[in-house]
Design a protein around this ligand. Structure first.
Ligand code: AMP
Ligand code: ZN
Length: 472
């Protein structure tokens, strides 16, 4: 299997550290708001990478953090007059709902930065002891970037060019030895969450969090480290500097980065305001469509979001689901018939032809997870099923085709059997609960119910006559 490694800038044969096992760390979101569909891209593509590794028989230890202490979270907590912890807790819960609706598997571990402070204090102390970090007068601890000889190896940046870029922007009042040095620990400001440390009451820098969580849950050296391409510099470059200096071993063997999800060819981001949340999309589409849309492009290619492409993804997905449903229906219909036990010779020959589709699917995934080509292999299998499955087919043949199609869809995280739809009574019961919550001004619970229904494709409309709902 070949994977493109940002560190070496080429496709390399994938060999894990330990046979049969893969350790994988994916940088997760900062939780101060509902996630947008740009954030959903790494979740979906790296979940698919994980699923393919599992399909190949690897045991995958998949770790993805939540950054739950950060300036943006603190800002939101001040705006809303609630503790930062509450803000983070709320959006972690929302994020997990979105992940479930996109059929993103929960990680083996989802560590929270705020629960890992002791490990951060240890790593910072080790870096200070080794001369890779220093505490300034005000208690800020900085990483001594120039001391790490490999700095720039991931992003391809040259430290002297970085130095030149920084010369004009030295911030007055900062107590760094060198403008390139970055923060490991910073003193608290009035009203901010903080932890005790040997240097000052304060909180960690963002980069140290991931180095520590990767070490704790996966070890000093890991197989795969992944995230969006905006994280290459400085986040991942700094993680390498911290982890390799502290642990004395290479950090991650393969660095995988997804390209951006764009809108009008510009990166979708909160700061530009050009984003849709996953919830916005759930109002119009089943989130399986969003997942399928993401996988229709290679993860390293920019992907432009548009209604046309989403509609195309919807139609494509429908084609697959209809074929799967058709196979199940035919199989059920043939249940009573006596002549349906085994495959006929003719069917066995036909079934053997589907090996080619599976081989194409696997070859595409083996080539740096080319999901776009893997999807076309699924379409070819769908076409084959539509052509050869009929009410005259044996049950064994129908079931074998169905199992093949489902297995490939599983790797892509596409659910072929629609879950039981929520019953009307269950929906109405939730709506009644929402009305009751609103009456007692528990708007958080009311919104939670609305979002829960939205995630299942149920849209509410408040009218003078009461609440009207419909399925999207
Ligand atoms: P953040 O919460 O901004 O740290 O982002 C969480 C993850 O989403 C990171 O891996 C980012 O690289 C990724 N990400 C953010 N915006 C986009 C986008 N427009 N397209 C693809 N990935 C993104
Ligand atoms: Zn990270």
């Amino acid at each position: 299997m070949k994977v493109y490694n940002t560190l070496t800038k080429k496709k390399e044969e994938f060999t894990p550290l330990e046979e049969g096992k893969v350790s994988m760390y994916v940088c997760g979101p900062t939780v101060y708001n509902l996630i947008h569909i740009g954030n959903a891209r790494p979740m979906i593509v790296f979940d698919t990478v994980r699923r393919y590794l599992e399909y190949k028989g690897y045991e995958v230890n998949y770790v993805s953090n939540f950054t739950d202490v950060d300036d943006k979270i603190i800002k939101k907590s001040v705006e809303e007059g609630i503790p930062a912890e509450e803000v983070a807790k709320r959006y972690i819960a929302e994020c997990k709902k979105d992940m479930a609706a996109m059929n993103v598997k929960p990680a083996t571990t989802h560590p929270l930065a705020t629960q890992e402070i002791p490990g951060m204090l240890d790593m910072i102390s080790a870096l200070i002891a080794k001369g890779y970090a220093y505490a300034a007068e005000d208690g800020t601890v900085y990483y001594r970037t120039r001391n790490f000889k490999g700095y720039g190896k991931l992003s391809g940046k040259n430290i002297d060019d970085l130095q030149a870029g920084h010369r004009d922007i030295q911030v007055t009042g900062e107590l760094k030895e060198d403008p390139l040095d970055f923060v490991l620990w910073k003193p608290k400001k009035e009203g901010e969450p903080y932890w005790e440390s040997p240097w000052c009451k304060g909180r960690p820098g963002w980069h140290i969090e991931c180095s520590v969580m990767a070490k704790k849950y996966l070890g000093d050296e890991i197989d795969i480290h992944a995230g969006g391409e905006d994280l290459i510099f400085p986040h991942h470059e700094n993680e390498i500097a911290q982890s390799e200096a502290a642990n004395g071993t290479p950090f991650a063997r393969y660095w995988l980065h997804n390209a951006f999800l764009n809108i009008d060819n510009k990166k979708m981001s909160k700061s530009l305001g050009n984003f849709f949340t996953v919830r916005d999309i759930a109002e119009k589409y089943d989130l399986q469509v969003l997942r399928f849309f993401m996988l229709s492009a290679h993860y390293r290619s920019p992907l432009n979001f548009s209604a046309d492409l989403m509609d195309a993804a919807k139609n494509g997905l429908e084609r697959i689901l209809t074929a799967a449903e058709n196979l199940r229906r035919l199989s059920e219909a043939s249940a009573g018939s006596l002549s349906t036990d085994g495959m006929t010779d003719e069917e066995q020959k036909l079934y053997a032809q589907t090996d080619a589709h599976v081989e194409k699917f696997e070859a595409s995934m083996e080539d740096d997870f080319n999901t776009a080509d893997a999807v076309s292999a699924v379409f070819e299998l769908v076409k084959f099923c539509n052509t050869h499955a009929s009410s005259d087919s044996s049950r064994a043949f129908l079931n074998a085709l169905s199992a093949r199609l489902t297995q490939l869809c599983d790797v892509l995280g596409i659910i072929t059997e629609k879950e039981e739809e929520m019953l009307d009574e269950e929906i109405e019961q939730l709506i009644a609960e929402r009305q009751a919550a609103r009456k007692v001004k528990n708007f958080a619970r009311a919104d939670e119910i609305r979002d829960q229904l939205a995630a299942m494709g149920i849209i509410l409309k408040d009218t003078r006559e009461g609440v009207i709902w419909k399925r999207s």
